[in-house]
Design a protein around this ligand. Structure first.
Ligand code: UD1
Ligand code: CA
Length: 431
């Protein structure tokens, strides 16, 4: 029994190495009504295709090919170097896109996994399950399907009398009975490379859009006696394709929930996860508490035991050390905040470097932009900035310095000095 189990595991492992992935990402953004290619639309601060590429990477395929078409020079920027690029010259359907991808897989005879660039919510365990099933049962094409109450928009999976998968019917070709079928095609398929290559050529554009549909291959396989099967997703959210702005917002909500759930598992308190918007890739230390209506953009790093919000906006590139309070109505951009500092009420901190235990009074603004260029502000340890101070960058404020309420700081302030007024002048050299 154990021997048999180990044998199966070994077989799975060795065959899994023989996988190539084709990611379809050539399509336009027609239903998005957008000039931006669909796969570059963002979920939680990151282009959709980034999630698909991460998934592909985690599968450790022999080769990964991305098929690009519409505005490919833009999409290329999101594709890492290890992924081969295949150009689809005319956007005439998913079958034609796979054909373009296969040109980069000459001589490959293992399993070809097709992923769609507009399907960003899939998780690795579901694909592992699909591949294991496909390989162990020696299937020619294994579909990943989902059972939906409202299947509109998706290709419907038809089964014959013996319940074997025999066809996929696209929405625009389905009759009323077919439209009622609840099992849908997620677009993700594992193919035997040789069967795929052979049957792809037989697809014809027999549909109102005159496109070469990859999904037509299923009926061709079935009629040729090749083995077709489908395994169902346990979590239907994973199979969601994003074609419209509405679906983009729905997918964003699902992705946001995943990010927030992960952070809570890591020890971050979110008072109201539903009104906390944290981008992909944000790092937050344990025992930090985030109050509602806080927006945290990509690549932000936050230490332990901090308190953020309500209504805080931390923009890309902000780094916050341990024990910092960034309170109500704070905006921060491209700044570093040292441990134990307080920025508690109504402040804008941009292009600034704050040392340790700095206290920023209510309504402080770093005026970092002169209309042409951005400039930096430095505020050293234990400095106390009075309420409503405007710091006109570039400016350096020394250790333990003080500014009076309403000061407009245009010149550097030395360590321990006190400056007041508009423009601020030094009234005390030491304290
Ligand atoms: C497709 C499936 C449908 C499935 C759904 C799942 C087909 C014909 N239909 O429909 O059965 O239920 O996905 O979300 O495949 N693409 C190209 N080149 C092209 C056309 C499309 O690369 O010429 C790419 C797109 O960029 C996209 C993917 O293929 O990433 C799917 O194309 P899309 O037009 O979104 O297909 P759906 O109508 O969603
Ligand atoms: Ca789609």
């Amino acid at each position: 029994m154990i021997k048999e189990f180990l044998k199966i595991q070994r077989k799975k492992k060795s065959m899994k190495k023989d996988i190539a992935i084709i990611i379809l990402a050539a399509g336009k953004s027609t239903r998005m009504n957008s000039d931006t290619p669909k796969v570059l639309h963002q979920l939680c601060g990151r282009p959709m295709i980034g999630y698909v590429l991460d998934l592909a990477k985690s599968l450790k395929a022999k080769k990964t090919v991305a098929v690009l078409g519409y505005k490919q020079e833009l999409v290329r920027k999101s594709i890492p170097a290890y992924v081969k690029i295949a150009a689809q010259k005319k956007l005439i359907g998913t079958a034609n896109a796979v054909e373009a991808g296969l040109k980069q897989l000459k001589g490959f005879s293992g399993t070809v996994l097709v992923l769609y660039g507009d399907n960003p919510l899939l998780k690795k365990p579901s694909i592992d399950k699909l591949l294991d099933y496909h390989i162990l049962n020696n299937v020619d094409a294994t579909l990943l399907s989902a059972q939906l109450d409202k299947p509109a928009g998706y290709g419907r999976i038809k089964r014959d009398k013996l319940f074997s998968v025999c066809q996929i019917v696209e929405e625009n070709q389905a009759d009323e009975v077919e439209k009622d079928l609840k099992e849908v095609n997620t677009g993700i398929v594992a193919f035997k490379a040789d069967s795929l290559k052979r049957c792809l050529k037989l697809i014809r554009p027999n549909n109102p859009k005159k496109e070469y549909y990859l999904t037509d291959i299923i009926n061709i396989f079935y009629k040729s006696g090749l083995l077709v099967d489908a395994i169902k997703l346990a979590d239907i959210n994973e199979g969601m394709g994003v074609n419209s702005r509405l679906e983009l917002s729905q997918a964003n909500r699902i992705m946001q929930k995943r990010i927030n759930d992960d952070l809570m598992k890591q020890g971050v308190t979110l008072i109201d996860p539903g009104s906390t918007f944290i981008n992909f890739g944000t790092k937050i230390g344990s025992d930090t508490v985030i109050y509602p209506f806080t927006v945290i953009e990509r690549d932000v790093k936050i230490g332990k035991r901090c308190s953020l919000g309500p209504f805080a906006h931390l923009r890309a590139g902000v780094k916050i050390d341990n024990d910092v309070v960034a309170g109500n109505f704070i905006e921060m951009a491209r700044s570093r905040i040292g441990a134990g500092s307080f920025v508690k009420h109504f402040s804008y901190i941009g292009d600034s470097w704050l040392g340790k235990a700095v206290n920023i009074g209510a309504g402080t603004v770093t005026a970092n932009f002169d209309g042409l260029n951005k400039h930096n502000t430095t505020i050293k340890d234990h400095t106390c900035i009075g309420s409503h101070t405007v710091i006109v960058a570039p400016v350096k404020i020394g250790r333990q310095a003080i500014t009076g309420a309403g000061s407009v700081v245009i010149n550097d302030i030395p360590d321990k000095a006190t400056a007041v007024g508009m423009p601020a002048r030094i009234i005390k050299k030491k304290r």
